[in-house]
Design a protein around this ligand. Structure first.
Ligand code: LHQ
Length: 263
């Protein structure tokens, strides 16, 4: 599939996906969703891709749904937004969450609406100091989607989640880091170097173990302790059978740097 609205590159054991409609602040349209879905399928199907880096071209990360697709005249029947979520956004968020490699979002500028929650679906969110997050939905009479109502209270607590969702104010990257919404905020000119460094690091790590960590931590939001202990047991059993576990122990004993293959 030829891409028009994203860039997708593979290098050094990881893939980079860049939202590429800078003149519209990389807002989502249906074709862009199709291209992202195709790229995610490539990541899922290629064991040589051991991390995924997501960013935006130009001055913004992503301004959410392209609203110029959504303009209605007074006599038009309402568009079924539930259908848009069910077909496009929800599968995307579910697939990112289930992707068995770490996902890094490098938020280079404003991330608004579904664009903010798309970024927050990554496993590690790095943001440029000048970047911001806006739960813009309330200004349109909508509810935070793309996982927003799930992830916000869990990361920042109920009071701050309510404030962000009901007011739709801009949250700067530094505050987002202080509140625990994102992993780290870095100087603008360091963002891509830091994000690529992280992706390169993950590409040399025990990929199956990292996937298991991602699964376990994500599952912990809805599991009780018993279920989580059982899950840890099952995942550890799988991890203990991996070549990378064998290599990690061997390298420790030999006092050398492990050479993980992701197998
Ligand atoms: C845009 C957009 C945009 C089109 C900037 N669309 N053109 C909704 C419905 C369906 C189902 C799924 O769920 C959703 C979820 C959602 O995502 S709803 C929330 C949608 N997003 C927003 O409400 C954010 C709208 N954008 C803004 O509030 C501002 O653009 C922000 C605060 C993001 C950035 O402000 P500025 O830095 O001042 O940039 P700007 O407003 O001048 O935008 C630059 C251009 O990008 C401009 O085009 P123009 O031709 O005038 O230069 C905007 O019209 C365009 N743009 N967001 N979502």
């Amino acid at each position: 599939m030829a891409y028009r609205f994203i860039l997708f590159e593979r290098a050094q054991g990881y893939a980079s996906l860049t939202l590429n409609r800078p003149e519209k602040l990389n807002s989502f349209n249906a074709d862009m969703h199709g291209e992202i879905a195709d790229a995610v399928t490539k990541v899922e199907g290629d064991p040589a891709i051991r991390a995924l880096l997501i960013t935006g071209a130009g001055r913004g990360f992503c301004a959410g749904q392209d609203l110029s697709d959504r303009v209605m005249g007074p006599d038009d029947a309402p568009i079924d937004l539930g259908d848009t979520l069910g077909r496009l956004y929800n599968p995307l968020i579910r697939r990112l969450r289930a992707l068995p490699v770490p996902i890094i979002a490098a938020v280079n500028g404003v991330a608004a609406g579904a664009g903010a929650n798309f970024a927050l679906a990554a496993d590690l969110v790095l943001a440029a100091r000048s970047a911001s997050f806006i739960q813009a939905f309330c200004k349109l009479g909508l509810v935070p989607d793309a996982g927003g109502t799930y992830v916000l209270p869990r990361r920042v607590g109920h009071a701050r989640a309510m404030g962000l969702a009901l007011l739709g104010d801009k949250l700067g990257a530094e505050q987002a880091e202080t509140w625990g919404l994102i992993w780290r905020c870095v100087d603008d000119d360091k963002l891509m170097a830091e994000a690529n460094k992280l992706a390169r690091h993950f590409a040399t790590q025990p990929t199956k173990g990292l996937a298991a960590i991602k699964r376990a931590l994500n599952a912990s939001w809805s599991n009780d302790l018993d279920a989580q202990l059982d899950l840890e047991r099952d995942l550890q059993r799988e991890c203990g059978r991996s070549n990378d576990y064998r290599e990690g122990v061997r390298a420790f004993i030999d006092k050398r740097t492990p050479q993980f293959t992701g197998s």
